[in-house]
Design a protein around this ligand. Structure first.
Ligand code: NPW
Ligand code: K
Length: 481
């Protein structure tokens, strides 16, 4: 599991470690890790041109000490100081002692120093930052030409707790972060600015950090959560998932939701609705019926909504069932906040940004810029688990860290891809996973399936569904290296 902590938790953890050890030890560990990563990126340190962008806080201190280490190994290191009178005193002395050059941000040569660099270290601002880059910093960052950009702790201008970016921010190739991941490094848009993220251990233990804010499942976590049938399993023990989707106008949504559900681990898939002929023609193993959901037979979890049109009646019947329900697409529009909140069994809502915006009564851009708060707010209002789809899919429940999905490809943004995900995650719900696990494991498999199916080319939603078994085999293989 990749676990991220809020700035408040990181600062509290740092205080615990500082009380245990000698003064300045954390910054020295941070600087050593940062310098090692810069050296790795440079290949040859001797003779390399390194420019440090140094702000007024300890983030700049890290950059200065790391710069001193690189200068001692023969790099030509220049520090551009954004606030010369407040730059970290010890770091500055160390850099000067190692033969580094110091330039003020307003000096005529500052931009040239940035432009000529082979590697730029962004030590403008770290977890103490507020808002986007200020004008002088933005001007210097814009002067970067071909350099590799390494962000110290997080890219300056990115909000550490949310991944939000208000104004300009540094676009890093690599971010070297200290002690713990911050949510802003896992969640877009911040994640995109961070590039490859490397975590440096500075001695903070999880016990020092307290409650995690966000977490991203890794391969081994997903493997552990996948439902595996035992020798005694029959279709009911494996779980039956019911799909209420599709309409005369949109039969395809039903076929795609069933396609996802058949690959999600449930023992059987029931389809209830007007697209039964289309479903059975494509998937003869589906149990189909055209009557009301309440008469369809035993079901351990429902999926309702893809291509449903205006059928509020069938939706109402599904919501009244005392089993987990996944609501997607048209179902989200039709389901009342109160109807969902009053349910006793778990509910999983799976909106994309546009649908989430409509439910919250805000603009889509607002949801995209503040994904974490949008997902949390929806979960709170509906008393449900919310899977917010998009460039980084998030799964938020009332309590516990928000799950951030690390898989996916922009090619997944294709018609019908969400229908496949709803069937897949619903099937995992029926197989016994709780709403948070079903949503996050579903998103993980779906994202990887998108990558497998696409390999860099456009894909159709049915290709994504077809790739799920290969992903499942890969993730579930116990001997995987
Ligand atoms: N604590 C520890 O033990 C360890 C901490 N470590 C390191 O310290 C970092 C945290 O250091 P920090 O607390 O000094 O804050 P930091 O991020 O450098 O910036 C704060 C200053 O920036 C300013 N400022 C604010 N917004 C701004 C903006 N948009 N654009 C420009 N400037 C802006 C603001 O001043 P202002 O100008 O607003 O008065 C304030 O003075 C952390 O990320 C990690 O790298 C590691 O060494 C490991 C051990
Ligand atoms: K930084």
């Amino acid at each position: 599991m990749r676990t991220a902590y809020s700035v408040e938790s990181v600062r509290a953890g740092e205080r615990v470690v500082m009380d245990r050890g000698p003064e300045g030890v954390l910054m020295q560990r941070a600087a050593a890790g940062l310098a090692a990563e810069c050296a790795r990126l440079l290949g040859k340190v001797y003779g390399a041109r390194v420019t440090l962008l140094v702000g007024s806080g300890d983030n700049g201190g890290d950059a200065l000490y790391a710069g001193a280490r690189l200068a001692r190994r023969g790099a030509g290191v220049s520090a551009v100081l954004l606030a010369p009178e407040r730059a970290h005193t010890g770091g500055l002395a160390a850099l000067r002692a190692a033969g580094g050059l110091v330039v003020g941000a307003d000096e005529a040569r500052a931009e040239g120093v940035v432009a000529r660099a082979g590697l730029v270290v962004d030590g403008i601002v770290g977890i103490g930052g507020r808002g986007g880059l200020r004008e002088d910093a933005a001007r210097l960052v814009a002067a970067v030409r071909d350099a590799v950009v390494v962000a110290v702790d997080l890219p300056s201008g990115v909000d550490a707790d949310t991944g939000e970016v208000h104004g300009d921010a540094v676009r890093a190739d690599v971010t070297v972060t200290f002690g713990a991941y911050k949510p802003g490094l896992l969640i877009d848009p911040g994640r995109e600015y961070a590039g490859v993220v490397r975590l440096v251990d500075i001695g903070l233990a999880p016990a020092d950090l307290g409650r995690a804010e966000a977490e991203a499942l890794q391969f081994a976590d997903v493997e552990r959560l996948l439902p595996v049938p035992g020798g005694e399993s029959d279709k009911y023990r494996r779980g039956v998932v019911g799909i209420v989707a599709g309409s005369e106008r949109y039969p395809g949504a039903a076929v795609l939701a069933v396609a996802g559900a058949l690959r999600g681990g449930a023992g059987a898939v029931r389809y209830v609705g007007p697209a039964a002929d289309a479903v059975i023609a494509r998937f003869p193993e589906t149990l189909v019926s055209t009557g009301p959901p309440s008469k369809a037979g035993r079901v351990q979890a429902w999926v309702v909504g893809p291509g449903l049109g205006e059928d509020a009646e069938r939706l109402g019947e599904v919501l009244a069932a005392d089993v987990p329900v996944l609501i997607d697409a048209d179902g989200l529009r039709l389901a009342g906040e109160r109807d969902v909140r009053e349910r006793r069994a778990p509910t999983l809502l799976t909106p994309h940004a546009g649908e989430a915006a409509a439910l919250l009564g805000v603009a889509r851009e607002e949801v995209e810029a503040g994904r974490l708060s949008a997902a949390r707010e929806l979960a709170r209002r509906y008393g449900a688990t919310v899977l917010l789809k998009g460039s980084t899919t998030l799964v938020a429940s009332g309590e516990g860290p928000v799950r951030v999905n690390p898989t996916g490809t922009p090619w997944l943004a294709t018609a019908g891809s969400g229908d496949v995900l709803s069937g897949l995650a619903g099937s995992l719900l029926a197989a016994g996973l709780d709403a948070r696990d079903a949503g996050s494991v579903g998103a993980y498999l779906h994202g990887l399936a998108g990558r497998y199916a696409s390999e860099g080319a456009p894909v159709g939603a049915h290709d994504v569904a077809n790739a799920i078994p290969a992903v499942w085999r890969e993730v579930g293989r116990p001997d995987r290296g």
